[in-house]
Design a protein around this ligand. Sequence first.
Ligand code: HEM
Length: 538
Amino acid sequence: MDSFVRIWKSYTTHIFLYFKSNMADYQGYIILFITWLVSTIVVRAILSRKQNKTNRPPSPQALPIIGHLHLLAPIPHQALHKLSTRYGPIMHLFLGSVPCVIASTPEAAKEFLKTHETSFSNRPQSSAVDFLTYGSQDFSFAPYGPYWKFMKKICMSELLGGHTLNQLLPVRRQETLKFLRLLLQKEKAGEAIDVGGELLRLSNNVVSRMIMSQTCSEDDSEAEEVRKLVQDTVLLTGKFNASDFIWFLRNWDLQGFRKRLKEIRDRFDTMMERAIEEHQEERKKIKEEGSGGEGQIKDLLDVLLDIHEHENSDIKLTKENIKAFILDIFMAGTDTAALTTEWTLAELINHPHVMERARQEIDAVIGNGRIVEESDLVNLPYLQAVVKETLRIHPTGPLIVRESSESCTIWGYDIPPKTQLFVNVWAIGRDPNHWEKPLEFRPERFLGEEGNGKGQLDVRGQHFHMIPFGSGRRGCPGTSLALQFVQTNLAAMIQCFEWKVKEGNETVDMEEKPGLTLSRAHPLICVPVPRLNPFPPM
Ligand code: HEM
């Protein structure tokens, strides 16, 4: 078999060389191309027949070249859910030439993410992410190993751990108040607001200030620039790129991705260079004054620059590592939290009795003399249940994506190394074997009032019935920040305003659109009507 593959490879190389030197001979080119394609398909079919002798999970019939790609339209997590009802909780697919395994129930997810966690602690690379992160120099896509562990430690001790989150509470509070003020202004001007757009602005400002102090949010044009960058990046990385899946297109860029990626990375690079320069100037000033910067809270960029400049650091951080890490946090942390808040408000508008109960709880605990704060959240169990119910039905990371680093056997099925894993979080939250009337929005199911054992269910990856933040060592490090952000801002929005949708519409539609994160197909446009003025005259 090996010598057969060697001969075919040399044949392929010769055809390409011939093609290169005879570009003008189109007819010859077409004949040669078809010969090459057919021979290649035959060789791959022979090889895959050999591979099929291993015990792979059930799989639908694949097409040549594209495998099962055509079955994922229009929205991959929905299409995979439908397929799993036919082929079972563990399925095998080929996306183009890439082998994949799909886990669609809590039991299957636990097998991959807990029992076989060590084999599935890597993430697959894509050409877009590789390019944007300066050749995969980031954290979210770094293979599990010493570099990832080092960055995870920094992430938890300097950005997303309890101590830093407490220190940065005033930043989040200021941004929430700024957001509420903006809602009031819009209402006074008689303007409707795009709820998702404004929430994205808010989450972006919070994350920018945590990472780089004021740098990105000081003036509106800079904040706008970061927001646009995050949006463009999420959009482009969520698009299907044929060269990631169709092996003979690997080095071709038929969809013109590279140009757009380069434009985004150049914009990001300019912004980061400017931020680094400003930070370095400030650090120099502090050194010269000899004040040591006492009393100042370091932002993440300062911490990363400390490590970059430290001669004896365990791991040497390059400037590219720093930039790529910051891009990761923007990408993972801003869109997801804003979208979750938007989906929750949409559900509340469609379920007025739930909105009323949440509001009564807030009024009873906080009264109408002040605005709800993060420290009130422990006393708002119904509000917490409302957010959990949203994360169950609308998980903003609908598919957890990992890759196997070694071969393993799960439920008797052979999973080879370099197999992509998709855990369908969206399907798990709607599994009728675990959730009574799964499509109904009923926060009460999390209050222990129904005797269903879901009262104590937490969302941090211990209970596989609901894993909106993933699970295990590669689970989401931003869970605490995300929950604080969503719950506090949602509570303030329903404490201070009634939410009216366009005249004539009592409800809002809940259609999804395709993408890396779970977005609404139609923006949520509302008029906020004040019910409590959060800024009474002094
Ligand atoms: C509601 C909001 C959020 C949701 C639903 C969410 C969900 C997720 C999910 C499903 C994963 C993959 C987990 C896995 O593979 O097991 C993840 C990873 C990650 N999230 Fe979040 N996330 C949210 C907010 C945040 C925030 C606010 C940040 C930071 C500011 C953040 C930073 C990250 C990072 C850095 C990773 C990659 C971790 C790694 O590869 O080790 N996320 N998130």
